[in-house]
Design a protein. Structure first.
Length: 94
């Protein structure tokens, strides 16, 4: 399976790139995707991705195709071939 991960906010600042394409096993979960991202971009670990690789830090979210947010209790689910995941910060100022 192949998915595109787009970086927005802090994740983009840390990785210094707008996106990457990941080739994954057929049933790869969102948690496994976080682990792979942490391996490829260790600068995300502790800042965006929790060191356990089981979830994101509270101020970050994973959007599926720009239509819905992946909730913490959905991290053991899998995306579909060709899905676009957006790793974004959800902090706002005023």
């Amino acid at each position: 399976m192949e998915v595109t991960v787009e970086f927005a906010g802090l994740s983009r600042v840390l990785t210094r790139q707008p996106r990457l394409t990941l080739k994954l096993g057929e049933d790869a979960t969102y948690q496994q995707i976080l682990q792979r991202l942490g391996e490829l971009h260790p600068e995300l670990v502790g800042e965006v991705i929790n060191p356990s690789f089981r979830s994101l830090k509270a101020s970050n979210m994973l959007s599926l195709n720009g239509k819905r947010m992946i909730q913490p209790d959905q991290m053991d689910q899998s995306p579909d071939e060709g899905d676009r995941l957006i790793l974004m910060s959800i902090l706002a100022g005023g």
